[in-house]
Design a protein around this ligand. Sequence first.
Ligand code: PMP
Length: 356
Amino acid sequence: MSALVTNPHVLAAAQYVPEWIGVDRTRFICLDRNECTQPMSNTVSAALVQQVTKGVNLYPDDTLAYAPLAEYCGVPESFLLATNGSDQAIDLVMRCFLGPGDRLLLAMPGFSVFKLVAELTGATLQEVPFVGDQLEFPYEDFSAALASRPRAIVFINPNNPTGTPVDLAYIEQTAADHPDLPVIVDEAYFEFTGSTVAPLIATHRNIIVLRTFSKAFAMAGLRFGYVIAAPEIIKQLAKIRNPFDVNSLAVTAAIAQLQAIDEVRRYVDETMQSVKPDVVRFLTDRGLTFVDGAANFLLVRPRNSAAAVRHLGDAGVLVRSMSQPPLNGTFRVSMGTRDEMDRFRDVFDEYLKAGL
Ligand code: PMP
């Protein structure tokens, strides 16, 4: 049967299978995928209802979102390409820059889709491990690895699943020192840090930024992401993307949320200045080991992570069990609403007090 499929890269590939697939996650408190769990904005739901009422019989036009997106990003519209979530943005850049025998340099553990898609092109990953207990970015080792001339490099800033931020001056210097090297910067969690290299693209045209509306914009289910890059790169990426990959409901919702950007800012401020610090305080008070990254999630290392994850899950609270070394024995918890995090704390505390 497998003789029908002969592409060796497909045959060798692993499938990305999300946890809790087939489970109705709406019945749970979902702190396992770094989503925004707040109720949908009234502005966005009104725009969606209007769009559905008009119909979805016509093909979508993602360029309608480019004017407000350009204003939000502070770049000209010609620097933008909308994608079906930033997973597709990753797919486009991997397929654009990589081929059989190429190497992609990336600090690990990083977001797994890069590895999956890079390997589908026939490229291999050159992995540099994060360093220390707090999993800091491996600046020295990364610079040393650059000397071996990889075909492209990726910075995930801040990284998922470690939350590690990357120094912008280091990214800029790397891009300046290697003008022929594609410097891909995944900024899926940009809104939570405000730290971006997007303004540098005007002077360093080898920087390519990938972003998403799945996190701070609460639109993971609609699939809207985008690439910010110099127009000459955008033109090439646009050839790989199919013309109607970004659906009309995603376009409508993206425009509506950009027009109500203060809602996103309020959510981010609340999450980063109040909700997350409360969880950090709780973990510190309980003497737990954890990595306090720059994004809307934390990595926790309890005595028995599998048992803790099970206890939380049984009580209806989903967190993400990490298996990739050196993160085995940790779970990642995303910041939900204040009430959801109260529930997380109560259930986790129950577990800790039981001394399991
Ligand atoms: N990049 C990073 C670093 C992520 O964590 C994620 C989602 N977990 C993505 C990209 C993909 O997000 P989406 O496809 O939903 O835009």
